[in-house]
Design a protein. Sequence first.
Length: 331
Amino acid sequence: MAKGIWVYAEQKNGQLKKVSLEILGAGRRLADQLGEELCAVLIGKEVAGLAGTLAEYGADKIYVAENDALENYTNDGYSQVLAGLAEEYQPMAILLGYTVLGRDLAARVAQRLGTGLCTDCTGVDLEDGQIIFTRPIYAGKAFVRAACPEARPICATFRPNVLTAAQPQPGRAAEVVMVDARPKDIRQIIKEVVCQVSSRPELTEADIIVSGGRGMKSAENFKILEELADVLGAAVGASRAAVDAGYAPHSMQVGQTGKTVSPVLYIACGISGAIQHLAGMGSSKVIVAINKDPEANIFKVADYGIVGDLFEVVPLLTREFKKLLGDKASC
């Protein structure tokens, strides 16, 4: 019989992803409603030290799978471990972040278990004993509530920044189960990991994002967005048009074919508002649009709009935010 709500605790370089803590908050509420345990799963090399944080954020039990072969993420290795644990302990649900890694891992784990997968969720509830997931469709124009009553465990991925993490309880304890993880037949070989060093937050987890579109006109002009982002402690994003034009790398792309983001504040500069872009940032809590075209589609979804030349407006905003934030400005 299926028991327990599981959260895959994604980590990178020994640091837990913010989205994993957010999912723990939702998982805690769900587990309490069902009268079940909330379990977290840690996979990697020398990651047991993160178990204490997971306990403070609500986990009752933490499965820790450590092995030298798990130092870097591979689809084969991680899916073997997570699916193997699920087959042994039979959880009701496995919840993961809608990250690059989470999307890849969730699909493979669901396939291995022969179960259902609900992706890009923005909410989860319990109705009549059924777990109900809320997710966007039609590029974010509508939302559906989905259930997989026969699927156990049901797998689901959650968009970062849409759930609320619980307040940590310092000193809270949880049972830690060390797993004998020995993945076999790993076909992917990680020869080198190239990291881009930045003082800015990761795009998918940032609370504030300053994004540029085709209206930026060149890669050099993105410097004015970077200056504003550094004052606000924000990440810098780009539309597909800007990326295709060579103004920004694909790693900065926000949209249906890029990254899905849900910041507290999204500042769109010189972005027309194509449906593909809106699909990636439409769930932002507050959207500010800056565009010299008053008919630009971005104004239809913006909470605040500034009709004007971004090359005049953005530097002005940067100066004013510096004055308002004073010593708090990250620059």
